[in-house]
Design a protein. Structure first.
Lengths: 321, 321
DNA sequence: CCACTAAGCGATCAATTGCTCAATCGCTGC
DNA sequence: GCAGCGATTGAGCAATTGATCGCTTAGTGG
């Protein structure tokens, strides 16, 4: 119908255009096919691809009453500076899916600030989801992104630690990974790493971060630290016996949010998030198994802000009354 | 399935939740119906309502190559400070639909700035669309919104002029309407209005605006000024004979962007956007009939930024080559 | 040069969705 | 008290959509 003189649109361009016509324009896939001069099946695949690759962002522009109430309750109970509760996505669904857009929006608030900031980040699935949901094209060259946690895994795989890198790539900000083992095999090895001047500089930068975003891990039998091979079954058992319920940036804490003095905490690299900071320290976490961990981190004010979902928020309040 | 203890969710809450489950969660309407405990038809109506009421925002997160090229070409040709070109929504569609999200994003950039700004706005369908697409919940109490154009219509209807009010309502910013006739019946009446001290204060505020957002109207036979009854057929004919092609905030200009010295310009209230400002003056406009008007406003630098759509961008470049 | 693999394409078909219509509900005014 | 009126509801149905399958094509390695 409309003649398009596109010389050579990339596949992504075509997918984006199809998604735009479908979701914003409200055209049917048949019309899109006709407009783009392709078969209907191809149009359908383009639309689906646009969504899958995150070319189309969908955000909820209404504060659902029940969620606002939970935010208020959490803020009051734990004295939070920021709190967002995303609506439930239904029983079968993944908490990370639900909180990723809200977490991204929260993060973008800081990205858009005009004063230069140092933004410190942990790792984990929740943060990964957040980064994927951040809009690209927000230029943030004036901010610095620094990792709180080491990027050397026991098996050498670094795939899980590119949160800062992926983000830096998206927003074109300088970034500072933490080139130390997540957990060294001995306290001495850890100390040796941290004695090196280049690493000291990264650590100092992370310590002076203006804003902190971290996931919160549980220390139950399905602990991420165990699944990813950072702690052994025996170490986990020992720390559980010592009261471990959760972990932030690899540092394990008890039910009341106090850090353990034993176990892998003596060998954990990177920067520990100190309780009671006056700067924003936002926890991003959702899921039934994380409830005690989240409650602990909030109680001790390891984090003073929270992004979570509806069932988790309810459970945390029920647990911590 | 999941038990929801919602005491009394409002209709909007329910719609928002349904939309969230559908668009973000990817559930089918049957599942949503089951989850919310309503019939499938009701779920479908809630989802549709969520979209219609703008509770769900969809944004394209990819710069389509062809649009980027047009932005570059317009920027180079007219020396613009900002330029956004939204993809075509297809032949039958309305240009305003296409540019509203992009315009809103542009506007939100300024809203989010931490320094207090004076933001001046015109009127028109394009600005109205932009305002509707602005996310609510961006607190902007520190900015001031001021209208460039009078809010007294010949027939007394003010429905068209609530752009600033609607916006102020959304972002909770103080706002300053311009309580003068859009176009007075005599130059003397206009002068009398502008001599009043309270009006002088609003005018002064608008003159010192840090950022300006305006629509661009055409002066062809379907001119908005004529349709809305601000000028008579005879006045339009006379101004067309004098070379009128477009209008910004009610002030009529010629093909080269110079303001007319005749016609209603001698009686137009409010603040004229002066050519060549050093502050951002963003035009929001799309549509085949507006092409000469847009080209004129760009040529004379009445606006130094533009948000438009793909076919309009092509046409403007073709005309002003 | 040929076999093999992976990716993309179009057709068919079942599931999902959105629209129309008649019935019901709740409210207003007589 | 009841007729009238608008809004809301559920049922049925047609259009739209997404998945599967076999086929073709392009690229790879022997």
């Amino acid at each position: 119908m409309s003649t398009r003189p596109d010389p050579e649109p990339s596949l992504q361009d075509e997918a984006a255009r199809a998604g735009w016509l479908y979701y914003v324009g409200g055209l049917t896939q048949d019309q899109i096919a006709q407009d783009l001069g392709v078969s209907r099946q191809r149009a359908q695949r383009l639309v689906s691809r646009a969504m899958a690759e995150g070319l189309i962002h969908v955000r909820l522009n209404h504060r659902i009453g029940a969620c606002v109430d939970l935010e208020k309750a959490l803020t009051a109970r734990f004295g939070l500076t920021r709190c967002r509760v995303a609506p439930d996505l239904g029983p079968g669904s993944d908490g990370v899916r639900a909180i990723a857009p809200a977490a991204a929006a929260e993060f973008e608030r800081f990205l858009r600030m005009s004063d230069p900031l140092v933004l410190a980040l942990g790792t984990g699935r929740a943060l990964r989801g957040m980064v994927d949901a951040v809009s690209d094209g927000i230029a943030a060259e004036h901010h610095r992104l620094v990792s709180l946690i080491g990027n050397i895994a026991p098996d050498g795989s670094a795939s899980f630690f590119d949160v800062v890198m992926r983000l830096a790539d998206k927003v074109r900000a300088p970034h500072y990974p933490m080139p130390v083992p997540v957990i060294s095999s001995t306290p001495e090895e850890n100390a040796a790493f941290h004695a090196l001047p280049p690493i000291r500089r990264v650590v100092d930068l992370a310590r002076q971060a203006d804003v902190i975003f971290v996931g919160i891990g549980q220390m139950s039998d399905d602990a991420p630290l165990l699944k990813d091979g950072f702690v052994t079954r025996e170490e986990l058992d020992a720390m559980q016996a010592a009261g471990a319920v959760g972990e932030v940036a690899g540092w394990v804490f008890r039910r009341d949010g106090r850090y353990l003095e034993v176990g892998t905490n003596r060998r954990t690299g990177g920067v520990r998030v100190e309780p009671g900071l006056d700067r924003p320290a936002i926890g991003i976490a959702a899921g039934a198994t994380k409830v005690p961990a989240i409650a602990g981190a909030l109680t001790a004010r390891i984090v003073n802000g929270l992004v979570t979902d509806e069932p988790t928020a309810r459970a945390v309040l029920a647990l911590a009354g």
